[in-house]
Design a protein around this ligand. Structure first.
Ligand SMILES: N[C@@H](CCC(=O)N[C@@H](CS)C(=O)NCC(=O)O)C(=O)O
Length: 307
């Protein structure tokens, strides 16, 4: 997929009195060169000039009676507007819509209103061999190719997208260090405390019965539900004072939880969340976000395609 970025510049004649001076400078080569100076194309960027739109006459025609050696059209323009479309390859996300790590990134893209090209990957051997391993040496989804950058680890991708598209869609991170500090703390809590336990429960209660057609290990479930309860006590204390984990606004600290939260709402672990009123309200609030609903639609779409 290519993203077209409309771009236009206006070239004024070097001398208004003598438009021919300007005309002499405008060769096809110098126009492109000039534009390249302004937009600095990368290896993934090219400049397309739409021939029909390139030289649009504006202003008065002058000097029509003069002989311009076959370049009358050029010479008779006081100034010229050039329309350029800068094309850049859309970033690619190698994904699997059933993967919690992938859903984390897709939710971020929707929150930021960013277009990515999705490259669906199966959980089969294609993940464990080249060319995929050069994108993610651990042979897991997601991975992202954005220009010259190749990235993996879902939480790195979400941060990269949120920083790169600062000012677009939901502001998921703060640029103010003081405001950002608690967001960073709770992003770390998610990754190093909550997710260790939540992922085990997703595996036992989601992956095992529905994908592997195996029975969950009830001892592992019980042990991890207990650990989750202890972690959520700290969430309850935090969320009784603030609407979101990072402060008064929704940020990546909340978003990173969404995929595992979603899977666990369909299991007996739901009760562990529901036993804590502020946690329960927070879960309902963030899972109802339009960006998340849109991310889940991709899953439904995939289900229809596979069935
Ligand atoms: N820490 C990684 C975890 C990635 C991960 O575990 N991906 C899983 C799906 S959620 C995967 O690709 N599993 C297939 C496999 O390991 O073969 C991240 O956040 O990106």
């Amino acid at each position: 997929m290519r993203v077209l970025v409309p771009f236009s510049i206006r070239l004024e004649p070097v001398s208004k009195k003598n438009p021919h001076e300007f005309v002499e400078d405008i060769t096809e080569f110098s126009v492109v060169e000039m534009v390249e100076k302004i937009i600095t194309p990368t290896s993934e960027t090219e400049i397309i000039r739409d021939q029909d739109m390139i030289l649009q006459e504006e202003g008065n025609r002058i000097g029509e009676e003069e002989d311009h050696s076959g370049r009358d059209d050029f010479a008779s323009r006081r100034f010229t507007e050039i329309h350029i479309q800068q094309t850049a390859m859309a970033p690619k996300l190698y994904e699997n819509v059933y993967s919690t790590a992938t859903l984390r990134v897709i939710a971020t893209l929707h929150e930021k209103c960013i277009e990515f090209e999705f490259v669906p990957m199966s959980f089969g051997p294609e993940l464990k061999k080249e060319p995929y391993l050069s994108l993610n040496p651990f042979g897991q989804v997601p991975a992202d190719v954005d220009g010259d950058l190749k990235l993996f680890e879902s939480r790195v991708l979400t941060k990269h997208i949120a920083f790169e598209h600062h000012g677009k869609g939901t502001e998921l991170l703060y640029h103010d260090l003081k405001k950002m500090a608690p967001v960073s703390v709770w992003m770390e809590v998610e990754a190093h405390q909550y997710d260790l336990v939540a992922s085990k429960l997703v595996f036992e209660q989601g992956v095992k019965p529905f994908i592997m057609k195996m029975k969950p290990d009830s001892m592992v479930v019980e042990e991890n539900q207990k650990k989750l309860g202890q972690i959520l006590d700290m969430y309850e204390a935090r969320l009784s004072k603030l609407k979101y984990l990072g402060g008064d606004e929704f940020t990546l600290a909340d978003l990173h939880h969404m995929p595992t939260l979603q899977y666990l709402q369909g299991t007996s672990t739901k009760e562990v969340f529901e036993a804590r009123p502020h946690v329960s309200a927070w879960v309902k609030d963030i899972l109802a976000r339009p960006a998340w609903i849109k991310a889940l639609e991709l899953q439904k779409q995939a289900e229809t395609e596979y069935s």
